[in-house]
Ligand binder design. Structure first.
Ligand code: ZN
Length: 81
């Protein structure tokens, strides 16, 4: 089988299981930054309260993808299909 690029969920799982403290630290930093950027409205259009952000799947997906982007250097480029 040809190696293929990892999909987002695999990148998240890989980072969580192989670089847990980097994942946690960077994710917390990204969460703080994004949360302070959206002072009124969340990415989903609802009111951006801390409680909402914790449970908002669109917001959390955004935090995850930004965290993955910042930890890109820790990821293998491709995985076995
Ligand atoms: Zn939201």
């Amino acid at each position: 089988m040809e190696p293929r690029p990892m999909i987002m969920i695999e990148k998240i799982r890989y980072l969580e299981s192989n670089h847990f403290s980097d994942w946690l630290d960077t994710r917390r930093k990204v969460d703080d930054e994004l949360s302070s950027k959206q002072t009124m409205m969340c990415v989903c259009g609802r009111l951006a309260t801390g409680m909402h952000e914790r449970s908002c799947s669109r917001y959390n997906a955004k935090v995850n993808s930004e965290t993955v982007k910042r930890l890109k250097h820790l990821l293998p480029a491709k995985v076995a299909a």
